[in-house]
Ligand binder design. Structure first.
Ligand SMILES: Cc1cc2nc3c(=O)[nH]c(=O)nc-3n(C[C@H](O)[C@H](O)[C@H](O)COP(=O)(O)O)c2cc1C
Length: 367
């Protein structure tokens, strides 16, 4: 029987166990959105995860939506990430970069001078972001023009190339949590009347073009995607037919034979049962013709839930978010059924080592 602690190979990625560190924004990048040596220490401490998914990392300056998040488009950023991936690899871990464009979840103060956030729509989200001034309402976006869409695809392609140059084992496209791709996918947000709005086909087009571009740039075996079909995160109201929409998109993606699909079940960081959704049906679409693609699940998994979901074959990998913050040695604690340390909510976003690299591993905690 397969367990949570068994190795797995999917695409070009081989992992020592099925435990994944979920992407976690911590807002600690340095000037020019460059990853710092402290970030290398933080990830190195957590390298016993089978796989680390980096914090959301913007593919371009206009993809940034929060203060001090890292980028993956300049040579300086690639060099910064190289320190991180070298540290993780030296500690025996694997790491993919989460490629992020926030779309309308941004604020003008975070964007190049004179720019406003871009999206599928010109309607603002009713949510806040984190800027120099603290939490502020997001700015009013403008709808991307048809002739700008190829440029968005090119930014993702370039960022994927930068990720490989920086030593990452692959990439995870951030298609979740109300950011750019969900702003195109969901009919609750997308009000376009061109080739990128309306039908499932049109609303999925940007995502499919980006995955196509990335798989041709770095190989399908290094490409993954995160989706969250029913999350209300970032003012993305439910699609009028989420089940059919996401099944359509995943069915179209299946022939691209991605290494993995990462699904947030329910409301990100909240109730798993916020809206009905048949994840097993989505999984069977993904596995059609791509039986080696890994199915990664997330959201509110306890040790027992994770043991069960892997043992029963319903998932190949389980991603843990919050518990990796307070427990750098989470894999060992899960293996030994040791108690989990809590995290400090006040130190999640921004700051330095405190509440970041100072959570002790078991032996230090016991000493
Ligand atoms: C501090 C924090 C930052 C997060 N940043 C990201 C992110 O950058 N990208 C992303 O896809 N999800 C992000 N999430 C969501 C987590 O990856 C995960 O889906 C969520 O915490 C639920 O998993 P858990 O119950 O294991 O914590 C973040 C969550 C937290 C708590």
């Amino acid at each position: 029987m397969t367990t949570l602690f068994d190795p797995l190979r999917f695409g070009e990625i081989s992992v020592a166990n099925r435990i994944v560190m979920a992407p976690l924004t911590r807002d600690r990048a340095g000037p020019n959105q460059v990853p710092t040596p402290l970030m290398a220490t933080y990830y190195e401490q957590r390298a016993s995860a089978g796989l680390i998914v980096s914090e959301g990392t913007q593919v371009s300056p206009d993809g940034q939506g929060y203060l001090d998040t890292p980028g993956i488009y300049s040579a300086e950023q690639v060099a910064g990430w190289r320190r991180v991936t070298d540290a993780v690899h030296a500690a025996g871990g694997k790491m993919v970069a989460q490629l992020w464009h926030v779309g309308r979840i941004s604020h003008v103060s975070l964007l190049p001078l004179g720019q406003v956030p871009v999206s599928s729509t010109a309607r603002a989200a009713k949510t806040k972001t984190f800027t120099k001034a603290g939490f502020e309402a997001v700015s009013e976006p403008r709808a991307l023009r048809l002739d700008e869409i190829a440029g968005v695809v090119a930014k993702f392609r370039h960022a994927a190339r930068c990720a490989i140059d920086a030593g990452f084992d692959g990439v995870e496209v951030h298609g979740a949590n109300g950011y750019l791709f969900e702003q195109f996918l969901r009919d609750s947000v997308n009000d376009r009347t061109d080739a990128y709005g309306g039908s499932f086909e049109n609303r999925s087009r940007l995502l499919l073009e980006v995955i196509q571009a990335i798989t041709s740039e770095i190989g399908h075996g290094r490409t993954g995607l995160r989706l969250s079909p029913v999350t209300p995160a970032n003012d993305a109201a439910q699609d009028s037919n989420a089940q059919a929409l996401f099944e359509y998109a995943v069915e179209q993606l299946a022939p691209m034979r991605m290494a993995f699909l990462h699904v947030v079940e329910g409301s990100t960081g909240g109730p798993r049962d916020i809206a009905p959704f048949d994840y097993a049906a989505l999984r069977s679409r993904f596995k059609q013709g791509n039986e080696h693609g890994a199915w990664m699940v997330n959201n509110g998994y306890t040790r027992q839930m994770a043991l069960n979901v892997v043992a029963s074959g319903q998932a190949d990998l389980v991603a843990f978010g919050k518990s990796f913050i307070g427990n750098p040695d989470l894999v060992r604690r899960l293996r030994e059924d040791a108690p989990l340390a809590p995290l400090n909510q006040k130190l999640l976003y921004g700051g330095g080592a405190e509440g970041y690299t100072d959570y002790p591993a078991l032996e230090t905690a016991a000493a």
